[in-house]
Design a protein around this ligand. Structure first.
Ligand code: NI
Ligand code: MN
Length: 225
């Protein structure tokens, strides 16, 4: 299993021969200008919520790839109105066995509106079980006690927002690692906008002091999970 970073909260996880793209926001992101969205051919696109910095390239990449979109029921309905027929709607607390593994939709504390102002239902995170591994993709969220429900999932990796202002910052992300009982973290949702710029050295130090393994991959970089 490997994960490639495409900026903001966009990752592609390859597992069991399938490609899972999370929250595609690439073409509007100057930091990701080296990435051509036409080169992405995911089998699935997972959407945590409807904000533009998570769905900007959703329709273009879906059209290009025919990917199945995994998202909350309200976003699946919105996609239907855009002419996208193969969205798989879920809701918080529900899981489903896909051909690559199991996805459970979990709580996130945030908001969710589509770029055109339509309601996007509740924001979500994802618990992914594939290849014998457990992965938590938090989406945009505050620190919440609900994360403690993940403590028994034997998480191998957690994708956590660390940019502050719109989501958890680094201090709360360190606390989240305790709640979810996971030491391996991939940081996301930082540096893209002025209000979420981080001091990488300072953030790395916070995780190091808590004996946590924080990865901050470069855009375009892949890491083995
Ligand atoms: Ni958001
Ligand atoms: Mn966001």
């Amino acid at each position: 299993m490997k994960a490639t970073y495409y900026g903001q909260s966009t990752f592609e996880i390859e597992t069991g021969g399938k490609k899972l793209l999370f929250d595609p926001f690439i073409s509007p992101n100057p930091m990701a200008k080296a990435i051509d969205i036409n080169s992405l051919k995911p089998d699935y696109i997972l959407i945590s919520h409807g904000h533009g910095d998570h769905v900007a390239d959703l329709l273009a990449i879906q059209k290009n790839s025919g990917a199945v979109i995994i998202c909350i029921a309200e976003i699946a309905g919105w996609l239907g109105n855009q002419g996208v027929e193969n969205a798989h709607g879920m809701n918080i607390g529900g899981g489903f066995d896909f051909d690559f593994g199991r996805v459970k939709m979990v709580n996130a504390i945030h908001s969710s509106t589509m770029p055109d102002g339509s309601p996007g239902g509740n924001p979500a995170g994802f618990l992914i079980k594939a290849e014998g591994k457990s992965i938590y993709y938090a989406g945009d969220t505050a620190l919440t006690y609900d994360m403690k429900l993940l403590a028994e999932e034997k998480l191998d990796w957690a994708f956590l927002p660390i940019g502050d202002n719109y989501t958890m910052g680094a201090d709360d992300a360190v606390k989240a690692c305790d709640f979810i009982n996971c030491k391996n973290v991939i940081g996301m949702h930082y540096d893209t906008f002025p209000v979420i710029k981080i001091d990488k050295a300072e953030v790395k130090q916070k995780f190091l002091m808590a004996q946590l393994n924080l990865k901050l991959p470069e855009i375009g970089e892949a890491i083995a999970l």
